[in-house]
Design a protein around this ligand. Structure first.
Ligand code: IPD
Length: 277
């Protein structure tokens, strides 16, 4: 083996591809849709099916490992990252897209040991793109090395964001005013594609210069963080400080200058913490 977590990485890739096949097939079929924390926070039977499949296969191979996963958390499981080997899983990222047959959906599997992210695997289910990043070993998409953009100037930036689940008037006002601030600073454009993980993969690929969001979760961030860092990028807190995986907010960019400019432009939207729910 090429390293201590090689077997785990291989399993993550295998399960992401298997889950992706199920999701791809289910995309065009009828779905049972329920809501979670808000009318815009959706879940389907496929989210549950895929999460159960991934976790049960991992548990068979690695019975001592721990899990943080989106639908288990929604059902009340605590989100705590201990030093034990921990899988951090989003079975379908972009569930709203999935429900609407908008073909931008992913499976995201991150892996941490000693509270440090070791690798991330994200599979774009419809375009069959497999993004991987391993600490110290680079980031790839279908075998091709990824490299972030070198842009440092906000007035030449293409910026990605996601809306987040809260839709009360105060939250929406802050969301729109953050976007307005970036447009006033003459960002070339702002894009919302409906999947945090795939937006972060586009950033890792150099297809955008920055990403920010309030209201995402540790399972949206874990795998993508390794991929971006291994592609040479920066992932930080919206305060400009170090990333806190449980803080439900993030700024990422190809360069530290760009990430700092975005962080300075943003007003905070408070979504609480994943480990306090
Ligand atoms: C969500 C999507 C959405 C983003 C949310 C995520 P889910 O993930 O990525 O675009 O705005 O913050 O939680 O619920 O589809 O896995």
């Amino acid at each position: 083996a090429e390293g201590p977590w090689e077997e785990c990485f291989e399993l993550a890739v295998q399960l992401a591809l298997r889950a992706g096949q199920i999701i791809r097939k289910a995309l065009s079929e009828e779905k049972q849709v329920s809501t979670k924390t808000s009318a815009a926070d959706l879940v389907t039977e496929t989210d549950h099916l895929v999460e159960d499949l991934i976790i049960s296969e991992m548990q068979k191979r690695f019975p001592s490992h721990r899990f943080i996963a989106e639908e288990a958390s929604a059902a009340g499981a605590k989100c705590v990252l201990t030093p034990s080997p921990t899988w951090i899983i989003d079975p379908i990222d972009g569930t709203c897209n999935f429900v609407h047959r908008f073909p931008t959906v992913a499976v995201s599997i991150g892996f941490a040991v000693n509270q440090e992210l070791e690798f991330g695997v994200i599979y774009h289910c419809t375009e069959e793109r497999l993004y991987t990043g391993r600490r110290g070993r680079g980031a790839f998409c279908n075998g091709q090395r990824l490299r972030v953009s070198a842009e440092t100037d906000l007035s030449r930036a293409l910026v990605l964001t996601e809306i987040g689940p809260k839709r009360d008037p105060a939250t929406l006002k802050l969301f729109l005013s953050n976007m307005e601030r970036l447009l006033h600073a003459k960002a070339h454009g702002v894009r919302v594609i409906g999947s945090s993980t795939l937006a972060l993969c586009l950033l890792a690929s150099g297809a955008a210069d920055a990403y920010y969001q309030f209201g995402l979760h540790c399972w949206d961030l874990a795998a993508a963080t390794v991929i971006i860092r291994e592609a040479g990028g920066i992932v930080m807190d919206t305060s400009g400080g170090p990333l806190d995986l449980m803080s439900c907010r993030v700024v990422a960019a190809g360069t530290r200058e760009m990430a700092t400019l975005i962080a300075q432009a943003l007003q905070t939207i408070n979504y609480g913490r994943d480990d306090e729910k």
